[in-house]
Each structure stands twice: as structure tokens, then as C-alpha cells.
Write a protein that binds this ligand. Structure first.
Ligand SMILES: [Zn+2]
Length: 348
């Protein structure tokens, strides 16, 4: 068999081999085997020197054409294999539009927001405005206009985060009372407002303290407002939020911005007033602070305290939620653990 015949045999046989290869790796090793330095074509070209001189050019041409033919067969096969792979992948990843969809979980307001919404609805029904104020507040509104001058000892109980000496994270939502009192035009009617929102204290977090919590503060200023109005309002709040069997009682207390000041207790949720460990066997649980607005607060906001007066109160939705749902650690409200939060359905 001549060198040329040998080469022609390789051409025919190996072209079939190339067509039979089913993966790219094997195709590549076949390419090296056929067209590489140790491959049959290179070998044949080396053997060319043994041929008579006049046969060499045509043999050289033939050898080159075999190499080109095998090379293009390899490339064609490579394209086919790549296309197959892509088709298989597409088939695998195909979306079946007839399959049923996965249900989308429906969210709900945070349990604290649910309580705030309930409180807002109640007060809007009594003709109050709902106003929210800045959480980054001036010392002037947060403390001074609330009758807490710079050297006042009660400031220690409300230590907060300071941005500058005069700007701080508000410790209460009552600065909004001062801001509103300053602007209110009493010739247009009484001032009745609540201000819900987040407040901050420099407290170390524990089961009953959080450096961030919520408050709803309210104020009513008009002529002839008495403590009976305050008590009536608080009773209504207790009945609406917790139920008719809940009573309130007022105990004397002290706040710099009210005089007289009271703490309001509500019938114990746990024992209904009989006495238990939750209420420390008193039958009552403290829920909010209130009082008649201090004349200094009115005068500092430019309101004539000889003519106008009223009451203010502040309650904590976090504490309400803890009492209402028996949550024993306030930090649960701020961890955003969905397993905790989804326990409070919208209707509570
Ligand atoms: Zn009790």
C-alpha cells in the first residue's frame, strides 16, 4: 500500500470516528491524535522525503487536503455537540406554564402598628388630630418646653442619644405637643391631638427595656377642661382597647410637664382584679402616665395659662401589646422574627 493509499484510508476511517464522538472532551483528544505532531498526517509528510522528487508536490498537496478535511470534520462535529448540549439544557430548564403557582405569603401590619392603628381610630373618632413629629429633635422641644430645663434632675430618667449638644433622638413624642401648641389658634377651637411614634432612650436592652420603643402622647387644651375629662377619656380608652370589664384607677405621681400628675392603672388582665403574680397581687397594672398640663408648658408655648388649660397623657403601645398578648420580652417586637410576628393576626 502506497503512502498515499494509507493516508486515504486514514481519511475515510477517521472521518467516521469523528462523526461517532459524543462529547467535546473526546473530540479534542481525537483532534490531537489526528492532527498533532505525532499524528498520521505529520508522519506521512515526514515520509515524503523517501518519495521520488516528482511525486512529492502532488503528495504534499494531497496530505494537506486530508488534514483540512479532517479539521473541518472536527469543527462541524464540535458545533453539532455544542448545539445538542444547549438544546438539552433548554429542554431541562423549560418552564411548564401549566404547573400550579406557588402561593405568595400575605403580610400584615406589625403587632405594634396594629395597636397604634387601633388607638388612632379611637381618638380620631373623638375628634382628635393625629400628628407625627421628627424623631431627631431639638433639646428645646424635647426637654425645655416640656418644663425640663437643662439642669433638671428628671432628665436623668430620659437620657438619650445626642447628635449635638442641642439635637437629640427624642425621648418622648410630646415635643409635638409643644410644636403644635406654639402654632395653635385657639380662636378656631380647642386643641385635641395625639402624636404616635418611635422614641429613644439610652437604656440597656432587657426583657422590659428597649433603647427604642413607641409612645402615643395626647393633649387636650381648651377653656374649662378638668381632671374629670381626663378620667373619662382614659376610661373610654381602657374600655375600647381592652373591653368593658376593665376599670382604671388614678394614683398621684410626678411628671415635670403636668401638675397634678397621675399614673393610671388598669384592671389586671391575668386575674381580672383578684390578685396574681402578674399584678403583684394588687389586681391592677400600670399602663400610662397623665396629668393636667403644667402652666409653664402653656406659657412657654405662648398660651395664656390663666384662660386655657387641659390634660395630657402618654401611653406605650409596646407595653399594651405585651399585656394584651402575654409577651414577656419587649425585644421580641424588634427582632423581626417572622415566626413571632405572624402570631398576631390583624384582628388580634
Ligand atoms: Zn393579676
Amino acid at each position: 500500500m502506497t503512502l498515499k493509499d494509507q493516508l486515504d484510508k486514514i481519511r475515510q476511517e477517521r472521518k467516521e470516528d469523528i462523526k461517532d464522538v459524543v462529547d467535546l472532551k473526546k473530540l479534542d483528544s481525537l483532534r490531537v491524535e489526528l492532527l498533532g505532531k505525532k499524528g498520521p498526517i505529520t508522519q506521512a509528510l515526514r515520509g515524503m522525503r523517501d518519495l521520488p522528487a516528482d511525486e512529492r508536490p502532488s503528495f504534499g498537496q494531497f496530505a494537506n487536503s486530508v488534514r483540512d478535511e479532517l479539521q473541518s470534520a472536527i469543527e462541524t462535529r464540535r458545533d453539532e455537540l455544542k448545539k445538542d448540549m444547549l438544546n438539552k439544557q433548554l429542554e431541562h430548564e423549560k418552564i411548564d406554564v401549566t404547573l400550579p403557582g406557588k402561593p405568595v405569603a400575605q403580610g400584615q401590619p406589625h403587632v405594634i402598628q396594629q395597636i397604634i392603628d387601633q388607638i388612632e381610630d379611637l381618638f380620631i373618632g373623638m375628634g382628635y388630630q393625629v400628628l407625627s413629629g421628627p424623631e431627631v429633635e431639638e433639646d428645646k422641644y424635647n426637654f425645655e418646653m416640656m418644663n425640663l430645663p437643662k439642669d433638671h434632675p428628671a432628665r436623668d430618667m430620659q437620657d438619650t442619644f445626642y447628635i449635638t449638644k442641642e439635637i437629640l433622638m427624642r425621648t418622648q413624642t410630646s415635643p409635638m405637643q409643644a410644636r403644635t401648641l406654639e402654632k395653635h389658634d385657639f380662636s378656631q377651637g380647642p386643641l385635641k391631638m395625639i402624636s404616635p411614634g418611635v422614641v429613644y432612650r439610652r437604656d440597656t436592652d432587657d426583657p422590659t427595656h428597649s433603647h427604642q420603643f413607641h409612645q402615643v402622647e395626647g393633649i387636650v387644651i381648651d377653656k374649662h377642661i378638668t381632671m374629670a375629662d381626663l378620667k373619662g377619656t382614659l376610661e373610654l380608652v381602657a374600655h375600647e382597647l381592652f373591653g368593658d370589664r376593665f376599670d382604671i384607677r388614678l394614683r398621684p405621681s410626678y411628671f415635670p410637664f403636668t401638675e397634678p400628675s397621675v399614673e393610671a392603672d388598669i384592671t389586671c388582665f391575668n386575674c381580672g382584679g383578684k390578685g396574681c403574680a402578674v399584678c403583684k397581687y394588687t389586681g391592677w397594672i400600670e399602663v400610662l402616665g397623665a396629668g393636667m398640663v403644667h402652666p409653664n408648658v402653656l406659657e412657654m408655648a405662648g398660651v395664656d395659662a390663666e384662660v386655657y388649660g387641659g390634660f395630657a397623657f402618654g401611653l406605650g403601645p409596646d407595653r399594651f401589646a405585651m399585656l394584651k398578648y402575654g409577651v414577656d420580652d419587649i425585644r421580641n417586637f424588634y427582632l423581626n422574627d417572622i415566626r413571632f410576628l405572624t402570631q398576631f393576626s390583624k384582628k388580634g
